[in-house]
Design a protein around this ligand. Structure first.
Ligand code: ZN
Length: 265
């Protein structure tokens, strides 16, 4: 992790002219402008500032630019086009992170959605239900709770259910890939570690984060194959990646989807 998520630089050949007399800036939301990057339209918004550099970042899927008052819109657009590749990559990371959010988009409430095995499920509260059930066809997670259930209650039930699912699903994938590759681990545990999808110790203990069940199988299998490969190589050398490919030839697919996704606690 730790990728550069802001870009800022001094414009070559520019000297800041004396500050123009500026009244109070107009209030209201900033205007959304469009720019074509590699043939694709992107929204961007501008904030004028007293700094001497042009800065840009992706926030909420929007390109946000801060620039001195003396840099024209045309000049800014030229700069954006020059940074196309960087902007498109950051935007893609943002999209990936959105797509893979486990937590409901709104709050923990009836009708909110969450991710499970790469599917979007809707939280459905049903006081008449006997137990939690996953309605795969209807893409719903039915909880035996009253419509007045509070957010923590809903979250705790969903988390408990997911952790139970994780135990079964992750162990199944681990055993399957280990057997196929002729590898043996010593112990499997579900982890709640912050910021880690999985780990493997010298003595062959593999831990997998329960939140992996939010993803589709290619992502889960990539993390499983990654940890299994550590049974043969503890580093991330080219030799290690050869081992990953032996266990799961299509590992790049899952790996790409996981890129830029932040693990919530
Ligand atoms: Zn590793």
């Amino acid at each position: 992790m730790g990728f550069l998520d802001q870009w800022s630089f001094l414009l070559p050949g520019f000297e800041a002219p004396p500050a123009a007399p500026s009244g109070p800036s107009p209030t209201g939301s900033p205007r959304i402008r469009k720019v074509l990057l590699a043939g694709q339209p992107f929204d961007w918004v501008l904030t004028r500032s007293s700094r001497k550099t042009v800065g840009m970042s992706i926030q909420q899927g929007l390109i946000r630019v801060t620039a001195p008052r003396w840099v024209s819109i045309e000049e800014i657009e030229t700069i954006l086009v020059g940074k196309s590749r960087w902007l498109i990559n950051r935007h893609q990371e943002w999209l990936n992170a959105q797509r893979n959010r486990l937590e409901p988009t709104e709050q923990w409430a009836h009708g909110a959605s969450l991710k499970f095995l790469g599917q979007t499920l809707q939280i459905h509260l049903d006081p008449a239900a006997q137990q939690i059930s996953w309605d795969a066809a209807g893409q719903r997670l039915i909880l035996p709770l009253s419509l007045q259930a509070d957010h923590e209650q809903i979250r705790d039930r969903v988390h408990a259910w997911m952790q139970q699912q994780a135990k079964d699903i992750l162990l199944e994938r681990l055993d399957l890939l280990a057997a196929q590759a002729g590898l043996q681990y010593s112990r499997f545990q579900i982890s709640h570690a912050k910021g880690r999808w999985g780990s493997c110790t010298q003595d062959g203990r593999i831990r997998l984060n329960w939140r992996l069940v939010q993803f589709s199988l290619p992502v889960i299998d990539y993390v499983v194959a990654h940890e299994l490969a550590h049974l043969r190589a503890m580093d991330h050398s080219p030799g290690f990646w050869t081992e990953v490919a032996k266990i799961l030839p299509s590992f790049e697919e899952g790996r790409a989807q996981l890129k830029g996704v932040r693990l919530e606690d």
